[in-house]
Ligand binder design. Structure first.
Ligand code: NAD
Ligand code: MLT
Length: 312
């Protein structure tokens, strides 16, 4: 019996070696399929491996007659219709910790770039301007970082911020006083965090409960001149409300790695000089891409050959 695995997003070639090496598994890499092409082809595959670009919709799952498992080489499974997968008996596995370090480092890079206007200054210098007045920044030392979502990445970001001598306050429904004390941070409600923070970074999944959790009402409660970072998921922050809050001068700057609609090349937020952005690069390191591809490859091999699943 040969199982067929389709990889529909670019994954690390080293990371997918466990799949290529497995007996009885045939790997097919096709990373430029349209939704229609994927729906047409998926019927002959036993497993599908994706990153975040491929939208694994109900329509695709319903046409995947042989599909047994979907592997998400990364954390967020919001690009996969989980209820359709459950309904059609398809297992979904992700790689929950292979990119934690890279995403945390990217968040800190964004935090520091935001505080010191590094992307704006670089752009200006590339345009042959030696401008030392416009790009005056602020120090992080002594400022308060609010972390909303103290899971794997949120905790790593909090620890790194302490290294910058920042005060940290975190909110997470599962964060206890004891755990916060052990981490050496303050903890409070989401309201407490947004009221006291000079910089706010979000690290929750995108869920019904977290969609637009940072909205106009939240911005209104923040300190004047607050700066916002989103390296988690587009949609946690209400982009229209963020745009207005920047225009009104409430928010001094924002660093965005993720957007509600991706790719986001023509977004009004990108026209604002206060906004710096990257195209969803949080997990884009050699190490993270290898880690997550290895993790899901092993999961898919185990499931297809032994019927054993590790997560979600
Ligand atoms: P995680 O599951 O370890 O942590 C998420 C945390 O959010 C959990 O502790 C959970 O309790 C908390 N949470 C859930 N609902 C909440 C709410 N309403 N308010 C506050 N906290 C809430 O996940 P993680 O690995 O830390 O990933 C965090 C986010 O980062 C996810 O959205 C993931 O998809 C995203 N991510 C993005 C990139 C990127 O490339 N930019 C890379 C990796 C992960
Ligand atoms: C994730 O949720 O892991 C990120 O979106 C990273 C990725 O692009 O895979």
């Amino acid at each position: 019996m040969t199982y067929k695995v389709l990889i529909s997003d670019p994954l690390s070639e080293d990371g997918i070696q466990p799949l290529r090496a497995a007996e009885g598994i045939e790997v097919d890499v096709q990373t430029d399929l349209s939704a229609d092409e994927l729906a047409e082809k998926i019927g002959s595959y036993d497993a599908l491996l994706v990153r975040s670009q491929t939208k694994v919709t109900r329509d695709i799952i319903s046409q995947a007659k042989n599909l047994k498992i979907i592997g998400r080489a990364g954390v967020g499974v919001d690009n996969i219709d989980l209820s359709a997968a459950t309904e059609y008996g398809v297992i979904v596995v992700n790689a929950p910790d292979g990119n934690t370090n890279s995403a945390a480092e990217h968040t800190v890079a964004m935090l520091m770039s935001l505080a010191r206007n590094i992307p704006q200054a670089f752009l200006s210098l590339k345009n042959k301007k030696w401008d030392r007045k416009t790009h005056v920044g602020v120090e992080l030392k002594g400022k308060t970082l609010g972390v909303i979502g103290m899971g794997r990445i949120g905790v790593e970001v909090a620890m790194r911020a302490k290294g910058q001598r920042m005060k940290v306050i975190g909110y997470d429904p599962f964060l206890t006083k004891d755990r916060a004390e052990k981490l050496g941070i303050d903890y409070g409600t989401v309201e407490d965090v947004i009221k006291v923070a000079d910089f706010i970074t979000v690290h929750t999944p995108l869920l019904k409960e977290t969609k637009h959790m940072i909205n106009k009402a939240a911005f209104d409660k923040m300190k004047d001149g607050v700066q916002i970072i989103n390296c988690a998921r587009g949609g946690i922050i209400d982009e229209d409300a963020l745009y207005d809050a920047i225009k009104d001068g409430k928010v001094a700057g924002a660093a965005l790695d993720v957007f509600e609609e991706e790719p986001a090349t023509d977004h009004c937020l990108l026209d604002l000089p206060e906004v710096i952005a990257t195209p969803h690069l949080g997990a884009s390191t050699v190490e993270a891409q290898e880690n997550v591809a290895i993790d899901v490859s092993h999961d898919v091999v185990r499931y297809l050959t032994e019927g054993v699943a590790r997560n979600p």
